[in-house]
Ligand binder design. Structure first.
Ligand code: SF4
Length: 314
């Protein structure tokens, strides 16, 4: 089954010898083709790894008008066409009546795609404006209202899964936000039960890098709707963490990939949460273990390879 979700042909074969410099247009076409294959492979992999979509599922794809949710719908439609199982997709947009929201764009786009869709119109903007004093951030109430409405719509549309367009970088940012400001090792799960206990929420873009979604959106010329219409300030902390991660990646290429891989490889016995590991009853086993601590050594790691970086021995 996996072979069809994840097209093995999509693996990017390393080019042994550099091809002669093609024309620019040809080069762009090749890169775009590789990007499409990578996106399909990464989404397919997430679906398989976390059993996100099953036969008979009716998936509500939340579309905001931003690049990420357009990308998610686009890739899910491609995968649906070749998936080994039958499932339905229904695109849902919540029009919150933000001033200047161009409410014709999404219906026109979705109609042209030929995907079933539903536009829910609820003026949460006026409620939030009425309740939150001027100058205070509106996001927390706004998103609470939005969540409640989307859960109700999910019930009305009888969907079995709700798909959100968060990507790998959102997940890493959330991980660091929780660690820096919330005192928790906690990220953004690829699949979870909603807070009201009634819905399964999936994040098919869990493996996808934001920069790939940006490139895909430009290539597909999605009719992007700006996300600043509400006038609320951007989440400053999230922005700072995003900048920090980008700076790290610039300084140490590959660091984001490594951190993301780390989210898949948790070792509770080497953390300090006694609810996850029974430290109290630890006993010697008398058996050597490759995973055990090597005496009292501090673990060492390969240094990042950076242009111009040299190890100087004392
Ligand atoms: S940015 Fe605007 S639309 Fe988004 S959650 Fe905040 S208040 Fe709501």
């Amino acid at each position: 089954m996996n072979a069809v979700w994840i097209d093995t042909e999509t693996a990017e074969a390393p080019t042994a010898t550099p091809a002669p410099e093609p024309g620019r247009a040809l080069k762009i076409e090749r890169e775009t083709h590789k990007l499409e294959k990578r996106l399909c492979r990464q989404v397919g992999q997430a679906i398989v790894d976390f059993n996100m979509i099953e036969a008979g599922d009716r998936v509500m794809v939340c579309v905001s008008g931003g690049k990420d949710s357009y990308g998610m719908l686009d890739i899910l439609l491609k995968l649906k066409a070749r998936a080994p199982i039958d499932f339905e997709l229904i695109a849902v947009n919540l029009d919150q009546k933000q001033p200047g929201f161009p409410d014709h764009i999404l219906p026109a786009y979705l109609k042209q795609l030929g995907v079933p869709f539903h536009i829910e119109t609820q003026d949460t903007y006026s409620i939030v404006k009425k309740v939150i004093p001027e100058g205070k951030t509106m996001c927390s109430l706004c998103s609470r209202l939005r969540r409640g409405i989307l859960y109700r719509v999910a019930d009305e549309l009888k969907v079995t899964k709700i798909a959100l367009g968060h990507h790998r970088d959102d997940m890493l940012q959330t991980f660091f936000l929780n660690m820096f400001f919330g005192g928790k090792l906690k990220g953004m799960p690829p699949k979870l039960v909603s807070d009201d206990g009634g819905h399964i929420v999936i994040r098919p873009l869990a493996n996808v890098a934001e920069k790939d979604l940006t490139r895909w959106a430009a290539h597909r010329q999605f009719p992007i709707i700006p996300c600043t219409l509400c006038g609320s300030q951007e989440n400053l902390q999230r922005k700072q963490i995003g900048n920090m991660l980008r700076d790290w990646e610039k300084q140490y290429p590959g660091r984001i990939e490594s951190m993301f891989t780390a989210l898949h490889n948790v070792v509770p016995s080497h953390l300090m949460d006694h609810s996850r590991h029974n430290f109290k009853d630890i006993k010697t086993t008398g058996l050597p273990s490759d995973d055990g601590d090597k005496g009292f050594d501090i673990e060492s790691f390969a240094l990042p390879t950076l242009p111009g970086l040299q190890l100087v021995s004392a």
